[in-house]
Ligand binder design. Structure first.
Ligand SMILES: NC(=O)N[C@@H](CC(=O)O)C(=O)O
Ligand SMILES: [Zn+2]
Ligand SMILES: [Zn+2]
Length: 425
């Protein structure tokens, strides 16, 4: 397949490029010119081409929880959101703590998936927190990082060993930073709102204590630490100071943490329940400052599908998590770029170049010649309301249903092939 994208604004942070031109792809790679005429020509007028978006934090639920999501449905939802690569967390059933499960996911992704899937392996066997998983074997099978996401690695000694051991494989350890004793039985942020609602709160310190611990252990070991879903002003400051000291730590946040506060929990909607929970306006502002000053490297979705039956319970009993693939790009454009928190290039960098660097995804996150032809074409003028009916994910647990957006993915290209085109009049 020979592809030409004509006359398009190209924004590629990896090359500090923002200019109008053509993009050519042949045999799944970016090339400077095609060997013969194009099979497909895309008109780039009024559109923007960026490297394919990489979501470094998602839950595809397969194997084991196919009622919530599958690789097939999840990757379709991702493609619609302009995402060309996803890292998928290991809290599946069985957990990704063995080579056959990694192989199963890679094979399924190849057969039924339409975007690239990069599995994350468990830090500890079954993510039970007791014994390190066979990380070397998992690395050979194809994982790009380790995490016990969904749970923290509570035992500091095990976290130390994980950071030490993964160093030789250059595998980042993704920290779901939560002190389980402090968060125990909490269902939302601990604040005035939790008091008014009579819901048990999760203090910000439940996150920050573990961010601080893991930074100390990264300093001790020289390991590669990546902090997942940063939600508080205190966590942002801890990462900022650690980076100043030269400690190898990177961090991600998610659109809901720079868009919503725990005020929205007041309607008792379980689609506003996730872990870590929505915080307060000063945290939202601090997360934005952290994005702007480079403290936070990545914007990821933490796409966490749960069925309607599960979410339609009392707030207390509903599971934590919201979907995110289909709203990522629009939220970044409307909440960060339009509001001048980040430039377009600065925002795209956190979903392309930075993820590729942190997780060693060679040939991705860039539109340089020779790179893999993963490309997202943005339509900045596309206005729409995000409706439940439009959701491609198997689960519909989004707090953004009913929100109006301007700007989204028009065409998503993975390995040189068009995997999603918006049908719009
Ligand atoms: N974020 C969530 O609220 N839920 C995630 C787990 C996690 O990311 O910690 C899930 O797997 O449902
Ligand atoms: Zn988590
Ligand atoms: Zn997660």
């Amino acid at each position: 397949m020979r592809l030409q994208i004509k006359n398009i604004r190209i924004v590629d942070p990896s090359q500090k490029k923002d200019s109008v031109g053509d993009i050519f792809a042949e045999n799944g790679r970016i090339v400077s010119k095609l060997s013969s005429s194009a099979d497909k020509v895309i008109d780039g007028k009024n559109k923007i081409a960026v490297p394919g978006l990489i979501d470094v934090h998602s839950h595809l639920r397969e194997p084991g929880q196919e009622g919530k999501e599958t690789i097939k449905t999840g990757t379709r939802a991702a493609a619609k959101g302009g995402i060309t690569s996803v890292l998928c967390m290991p809290n599946t059933k069985p957990a990704i703590d063995n080579a056959p499960t990694v192989e199963f996911i890679l094979l399924k992704a190849q057969k039924e998936g339409i975007v690239n899937v990069f599995p994350v392996g468990c830090v500890t066997k079954s993510s039970a927190g007791e014994e390190l998983s066979e990380i070397g074997v998992l690395k050979k099978a194809g994982i790009v990082a380790v995490s016990d996401d969904g749970s923290p690695v509570s035992n500091s000694q095990i976290m130390r060993r994980a950071l030490e051991y993964t160093k030789m494989f250059k595998l980042p350890v993704i920290s779901h930073s939560e002190d389980k004793e402090l968060s125990k039985s909490g269902v939302m942020n601990e604040s005035k709102n939790s008091m008014i609602l009579g819901l048990r709160g999760i203090p910000k310190q439940a996150e920050e204590v573990m961010v601080a611990r893991d930074i100390m252990l990264a300093e001790l070991t020289g390991g590669y630490l990546h902090i997942a879903h940063v939600s508080t002003a205190g966590s942002v400051e801890l990462v900022r100071q650690a980076k100043k000291k030269g400690i190898k730590v990177t961090a991600e946040t998610c659109p809901h943490y720079f868009t919503l506060t725990d005020d929205v929990v007041r309607v008792y909607d379980a689609n506003t329940k996730m872990n870590p929970p929505l915080r307060e306006i000063k945290d939202v502002e601090a997360v934005k400052v952290g994005l702007a000053d480079g403290t936070i490297d990545c914007i990821a979705t933490d796409h966490a599908p749960h069925t309607a039956e599960e979410k339609n319970k009392e707030f207390d009993l509903a599971p934590f998590g919201i979907i995110g693939f289909e709203t990522l790009l629009s939220l970044v454009l409307n909440e960060l770029v339009d509001k001048k928190v980040l430039s377009l290039s600065g925002a795209i960098e956190k979903m392309t170049h930075n993820p590729a660097l942190i997780f060693n995804l060679e040939g991705r996150g860039t539109l340089k010649e020779g790179a893999i032809a993963d490309i997202t074409i943005i339509d900045p003028k596309y206005s729409y309301e995000f409706t439940k009916e439009s959701i491609l994910s198997k689960s519909k647990n989004s707090p953004f249903i009913g929100r109006k957006f301007q700007g989204g993915a028009a065409i998503t290209i993975v390995n040189g092939k068009i995997v999603y085109t918006a049908i719009r009049d």
